[in-house]
Design a protein around this ligand. Sequence first.
Ligand code: HPA
Ligand code: ZN
Length: 346
Amino acid sequence: MSAIHPVDVLIGRLPKTELHLHIEGTLEPELMFELARRNGVSLPYADIASLRAAYDFNNLQSFLDLYYAGADVLRTEQDFYDLSRAYLQRAHQDGVVHTEIFFDPQTHTARGIPFAVVYQGIRRALDQAQAEWGISSRLIMSFLRHLSEDEGFAVLEQAVPHLAGIDGVGLDSSEFGHPPSKFARLFARCRELGLPCVAHAGEEGPAAYVLEALDVLKVCRIDHGVRSLEDPALVARLAAERMPLTVCPLSNIKLKVYADLAEHPLRRMLQAGLAAMVNSDDPAYFGGYLGENLLACRRALDLSAEEVVQLARNSFEASWLPPAVKADWQRVISGIVGDWRAEQAA
Ligand code: HPA
Ligand code: ZN
């Protein structure tokens, strides 16, 4: 048996932050079948193996079709709790100390599930993970961009009683044909309410959508953003502003944004001075949680210790943790890296 690569050892030891994670995308097939049974929902798959076999996507839309269908098993507050609890347990095992998760309320309210049922189940699991494991978190309500701006306003209205526990808003779902500018008024309203804004942009859609997210929606983070690389002026601006880009490498491969992880621009993004970091997006569908994304990138791109540490530092820098807490985590990273280097030199 070959020894573990020293940089993989370092990856295992570093504290991790996840900034791009859809809670509905953590629904593992086993739990999907269990919830289907519990709620009397019939799934169009004979068993777990045939469901997993369907996770063979051509593009973003082919994934979203399955992802929205899978979410239909989520019915009760307990279901949303169980889903979130399973993710948080897994994240804890991966060394995730802070996580900022998306939820898609419209996927559920459209099926008649009350907003409060969705919110309270997730909230209970997040609060418990903080108390039990010390995992800090933020909750980001994401609007579905294939729906209308008016539908976005309607769900925002339902969120208002719960805004004390909602830390920001996002924009996800089908990118082509649904540019950020479609939601200019909705995001202006969210900013008035004091909600920080992020948006998926430049995943499948063009670099122009990243510009719209910045200039029209006034986001403080871009989710994915890999297609920004097609516009050198945009790259220079993103680097100068240290605008975070929440990159999701295994997602990009599963959704055919890149043919192979060895072609992924993660290293080029770091070299361009971008505040990029690694995230898992929809790990139950894309074949890997955060630790697996990092290890797969290290192998495919032969990332150095410096690059892996830069990714970890970028994650904390881009998080919504208070500055003093970020500084504490940066010191923890320095200590771990120092010990690791001493071991390597011995
Ligand atoms: N892109 C857009 N919408 C999504 C994604 C994604 O990667 N995952 C869940 N909803
Ligand atoms: Zn995403």
